[in-house]
Each structure stands twice: as structure tokens, then as C-alpha cells.
Design a protein around this ligand. Structure first.
Ligand code: SF4
Length: 379
């Protein structure tokens, strides 16, 4: 399936370009001590070999910054630097990397009397002078306190959004447009909402997507998958990271997981019901996992696709899910839903349950309901 994409502007990061219709780039971040050049390089190169479009490295001190020339010399990966409180380190690291990420919520720590706008100007000027892109990285756990004060205590999305939009406006006014934005939360639903709202206001700005502190696989991958399915199917997202709690040697799993999720979304193998914005039939089936209750699910998903081909010009969503854990809930949003049990397949019309049928009886039942839906929409 051709995924629709928001018309974001193209932003070059070293040898790759994100946005502007370019492929969605998976990214990752090193978890080694940056000053341990050998270990960091090993991880950077492992991530690069796994297909990371960009590899991010944390730089919190001058000693970390001093390790950058040797890291740069030892890899062909596109490197990004994660600046936290000490924004001035941008001056030292920019000559050796392709992108700088700063967090608007950390700019107040150093030189508190200096306006944040002056600090951003220094970062942007440094990036421009060193052929670097920028990422404005907003994180739920470290939102600018000045922004938080302007919103109700229970509104975590408002301050994140306002902070990101404010920094975009400043960068634009400085004439620096080679930037992307990220808005991360540990709750996938909040990630979906904040990114949708941002994309509605700034469809031109490329977005880097991620669920922060997602945890260990498989749960961390599932949480991230839910957010990516809902955003990427709507054209939102230009780069992605699946953040996983895994041993250093297993970090390339983040890239493999990101690639698997992106391929599944493009093929309609999704775990939540998504709207691809198609004016035609939308058949989605879960990617399947160890919870599948009957192997016949895989064949059934294929047969549903073949049997419903006659309805290809109707904007109807049919979801086929492999188990009772997610099937009953996730099919609520589909026009017609099937979720598979050990011996029977449950048929639903949105949240209405239509019955449970043996595997060899479900296809004609589905066809009957599909015909009724088409007739109701065309009369
Ligand atoms: S619906 Fe069930 S079988 Fe399918 S991916 Fe989700 S948990 Fe696994």
C-alpha cells in the first residue's frame, strides 16, 4: 500500500534526508559511556550496520564532547548529539556531527538570567555554521516549567505543544528551517494526540516519532507500534525510534523492530484499527504473535482479502484479529470485525456482536454482512 505522507519539508542529516516524501528513517541511540570511545564506536557501527539512518549519542560534559572527534573518525554513520542542560557544548560537538538535538525544557538550567531565545540562537547559528540539522526534542518528563505554569496541572499535552510551536516560530524567524521536532511521552495515547495536534498546526515540519521509556520487548514494541500505527497511517512521521530496554549488545533490535513495524503498517498488518484515509476497501489484519489462538487465522486473513476483493471500491474497514486479548476491543472501530478464538471466529459490526461461527462458516457470514453494508450505503 502506498502510504500517504504529510507534505513536510526536506531536512538533510548527513547522507540522508528526512521529510519531503523521503523514506521514514529508523534511528537509535547509544547506551554506552560516551567517553568510552571503543565501546561507543562498536555500538554506533552495530546500529549503522542494522540500518539506522541516524545514531544519537548523549553529550553531557566537556569530557563527553572530547570523545567526539575519535568517534567521528571511526564511523560512516550519521551522528546526532543529544544536548541536555549544557547547551554551550553545541560549539564543541557540532564540527563532528550531522545533527544537534536540544530539549527546550532544559535550557533554563544554565545561565538562568539569559533569555532562552538567545540560547536557541547560539545553537541554531552553530548548527548552520557546521552543516548540522537540528531537532527540537520535547519530552513529557522535562517540559519547560515556564510553559507548564500557563496550563492546568492535569494538562500535560498543552505545554508540550506550546513549547514545540514556540521554538519552531523562533527558528523560522531566525531563518533556520533545517529542523525537525519530536514530542515524546511514555503513554502511547498521549504520543498520538500531541503529534496529531502538532501536525495539524505545522504540517510542514518533519516529525521524529517515539514512545519514551517504552520498556522491554515485547511490551515496549507493542506500545510503540500502537502509536506508530495511528500516526503513520495518517501521514504523520518522518523518522522513528523504538526505545527498548535491552542489553547493549542487543541495541540493534531497536532498528529491526522499527523496520518491522513500518513494513507491517505499509502492508495493513496492524494491531489497532487504523484509517489510511482510503476511498476504497481497507482490510487490516493483526501482525500475529504468540497469542494467536488458532493457526487458521493466517489463512483466514488471506481468504478475507480474496473474498472481499469485489468490494474494493467501497470505503469500508474490515479488521481481522488473531486472539481474544486484543480482538474484542480493537475491532470496535472497524465497520466489520473478526476476532479468532480456538474453534470459532467472532463476527462484529463495529461494537455490535453478531455471533461466533466455525472457521468454515465465517466467510459466507462475512460476505452477507458486507453485502448488507454496501446496500445500505448505496441506497
Ligand atoms: S490481536 Fe492477538 S494475536 Fe494479533 S497481534 Fe494482537 S495480541 Fe497478537
Amino acid at each position: 500500500m502506498e502510504l500517504r505522507r504529510n507534505p513536510t519539508r526536506a531536512v538533510r542529516i548527513g547522507s540522508i534526508t528526512i521529510g519531503g516524501g523521503h523514506p521514514i528513517a529508523p534511528q537509535s541511540m547509544t547506551a554506552t559511556h560516551t567517553q568510552d570511545v571503543a565501546a561507543t564506536l562498536e555500538q554506533v557501527n552495530a546500529l549503522h550496520a542494522a540500518g539506522a539512518g541516524v545514531v544519537r549519542i548523549a553529550v553531557d560534559s566537556k569530557k563527553d564532547a572530547a570523545a567526539l572527534p575519535a568517534i567521528r573518525a571511526g564511523t560512516a554513520a550519521n551522528l546526532a548529539i543529544d544536548l541536555q542542560e549544557n547547551y554551550r557544548l553545541a560549539l564543541e560537538v557540532a564540527p563532528h556531527v550531522d545533527k544537534l538535538r536540544y530539549n527546550p525544557g532544559h535550557l533554563y538550567h544554565h545561565e538562568p538570567t539569559k533569555p532562552w531565545q538567545d540560547k536557541v540562537r547560539l545553537i541554531a547559528d552553530t548548527a548552520a555554521a557546521n552543516d548540522c540539522a537540528l531537532r527540537v526534542g520535547v519530552n513529557c518528563g522535562s517540559v519547560d516549567p515556564a510553559k507548564k505554569e500557563q496550563f492546568a496541572e492535569d494538562d500535560s499535552i498543552g505545554p508540550m505543544l506550546a513549547s514545540a510551536l514556540e521554538h519552531c516560530s523562533l527558528l523560522d524567524s531566525l531563518g533556520f528551517t533545517r529542523y525537525c521536532v519530536s514530542l515524546k511521552d511514555s503513554d502511547p495515547q498521549k504520543v498520538i494526540e500531541v503529534n496529531r495536534r502538532f501536525a495539524a498546526e505545522r504540517p510542514d515540519v518533519p516529525l521524529h516519532l517515539g514512545v519514551t521509556e517504552a520498556g522491554m520487548p515485547p511490551d515496549g514494541i507493542i506500545k510503540t507500534r500502537i502509536a506508530f500505527e495511528q500516526l503513520i497511517s495518517r501521514g504523520i512521521g518522518d523518522t522513528v525510534r523504538v526505545s527498548l530496554t535491552v542489553a547493549n549488545a542487543d541495541k540493534p533490535q531497536e532498528i529491526a523492530a522499527a523496520n518491522a513495524i513500518l513494513a507491517d503498517i505499509a502492508a495493513g498488518r496492524v494491531r489497532s484499527v487504523v484509517d489510511y484515509g482510503l476511498a476504497s476497501l481497507n482490510i487490516i489484519s493483526c501482525p500475529s504473535c504468540s497469542r494467536v489462538e488458532n493457526e487458521a487465522f493466517i489463512d483466514l486473513a488471506k481468504q478475507v482479502k480474496e473474498m472481499t476483493a469485489y468490494a474494493k471500491d467501497h470505503a469500508i474497514t474490515i479488521a481481522v484479529m488473531g486472539c481474544r486479548v486484543n480482538g474484542p476491543g480493537e475491532t470496535d472501530d472497524a465497520d466489520l470485525g473478526l476476532w479468532c478464538g480456538p474453534t470459532h471466529v467472532n463476527l462484529k459490526k463495529r461494537s455490535e456482536e453478531l455471533g461466533a461461527f466455525p472457521y468454515d462458516e465465517i466467510l459466507p457470514r462475512l460476505r452477507g454482512e458486507l453485502d448488507k453494508l454496501i446496500a445500505a450505503r448505496t441506497t
